[in-house]
Design a protein around this ligand. Structure first.
Ligand code: NAD
Ligand code: ZN
Length: 367
């Protein structure tokens, strides 16, 4: 089984394909559709993914490029920074890459965001291929052209819109992903259903056994579903002037929690917590019924995601951190609420009291 989703409208106007396969068998064939003849390619991967998949990917693409180079960055969010970007740029310069050459990101969201950013600034932009290897990267971060790195403790503070020329995913690499990283991807996937597609959300809920058992056909269907939702939203609004902001559902408070917890929680865990908080505010405003709110909240649990913060967490501190987040519209926070399950709205009237109340709900341990 294989699937293909296209992103037709991008910032640069260049369309690209998202190819979903269960092996690397068609990788070279797909890349060969791009202007690669006589070009160089630098594969950027990390210290976990490299030992598992670099050789296979490198062997597959060597025949179609003039030369293929590879580098491994140390794994982990703490390495998604400008120092690591520098090491990539040094490699590109020393190998005399020019503007028509390629970078291929082989890894999760950290590698994709970082290698994508390096490719956006090197010589004002070189071509870039995403080969995402985590569930989060296959359903979210590899699509839409947002690239960037963290700066000091600020998430994604430095970045650029830079579209990939191709996104190629091999779903079988998910076999080696840890349970915690698999769950992290589910945070974004459940978000996609909640903000845009009730039918997809219900399908996720009804198939949670097959999903958590990582049944290949079910995973492929789920990944294609999420890619379609993300691609549709970013096509409508490539540079986030409006509707694209709904993808930030759960992220305003989620990013603050990520920083408050010193990145000891995964991105998807924080998105889950932020989503529960945003659903709480939606419920308090009368958009969701009692039952709808509790169903949404409790559905994160079977997918391995948290719905409460540690007992001693400081809601006020998290709120303070969220105020320094960049997703603001002037002085107003651009908050994403649910109008109903499957439909999100952008709201600039959410007050600090509402956010504090929602954070406190996460700290009250319920039975
Ligand atoms: N650009 C965007 O639109 C966007 C969207 C969402 C998230 N993000 C970013 O993505 C990042 C999180 O991405 P992530 O969750 O993929 O994290 P990650 O890249 O750190 O990957 C998680 C862990 O899994 C390992 N790994 C990757 N693939 C593997 C595989 N197939 N088998 C075994 N181990 C594997 C990695 O080495 C790492 O240790 C965050 O920095 C977040 O800000 C970006
Ligand atoms: Zn996210």
């Amino acid at each position: 089984m294989s699937e293909r989703v296209s992103v037709a409208k991008t910032v640069s106007g260049d369309a690209y394909d998202i190819v979903i396969e269960s092996d690397f068998g068609k990788l070279a064939e797909e890349i060969a559709k791009l202007p690669v003849k006589g070009r160089k390619c630098l594969i950027v991967t990390d210290s976990n993914v490299g030992p598992l998949y670099l050789q296979e990917v490198s062997d597959a693409i060597t025949p179609i490029f003039d030369s293929v180079y590879a580098m491994q960055i140390p794994a982990g969010e703490e390495n998604k920074n400008l120092d690591t970007v520098r090491t990539v740029l040094v490699k590109l310069i020393s190998a005399h890459f020019d503007r028509k050459d390629f970078i291929l990101a082989l890894g999760g969201g950290v590698v994709g965001d970082l290698a994508g950013f390096a490719s956006s600034v090197y010589l004002r932009g070189i071509k870039f291929i995403q080969v995402p290897t985590t569930l989060l990267a296959q359903t979210d971060s590899s699509i839409g052209g947002k690239t960037g790195v963290d700066f000091d403790a600020y998430k994604n503070m430095v970045g650029a819109f830079h579209q990939p020329s191709l996104v190629y995913m091999n779903t079988s690499v998910l076999k080696t992903l840890s349970g915690r990283d698999f769950a992290s991807g589910m945070g974004e996937i459940l978000k996609h259903g909640l903000i845009r597609d009730e039918g997809y959300y219900s399908w996720l809920v009804n198939n949670f056994n097959e999903i958590t058992d990582r049944e290949p056909e079910v995973l492929e269907h789920m990944i294609a579903g999420s890619c379609e939702i993300k691609a549709a939203v970013v096509e409508e609004d490539p540079t986030e002037q409006g509707v694209r902001a709904i993808l930030n559902f759960g992220h305003t408070l989620g990013h603050a929690i990520e920083r408050y917890m010193n990145f000891s929680f995964t991105h998807g865990e924080c998105v889950a917590l932020g989503s529960v908080a945003a659903a709480w505010i939606s419920y308090k405003r009368g958009n969701l019924s009692d039952m709808e709110f509790y169903e949404i909240r409790d559905m994160f649990v079977p997918f391995g995601l948290p719905i409460t913060l540690p007992d001693d967490a400081d809601a006020k501190k998290i709120l303070e951190i969220s105020k320094s987040d960049k997703k603001m519209d002037g002085k107003k926070v651009k908050f994403i609420l649910l109008k109903e399950p499957g439909k999100a709205v952008i709201d600039t009237t959410v007050t600090e009291d509402e956010m504090l109340d929602a954070l406190q709900q996460l700290i009250i341990t319920e039975n």
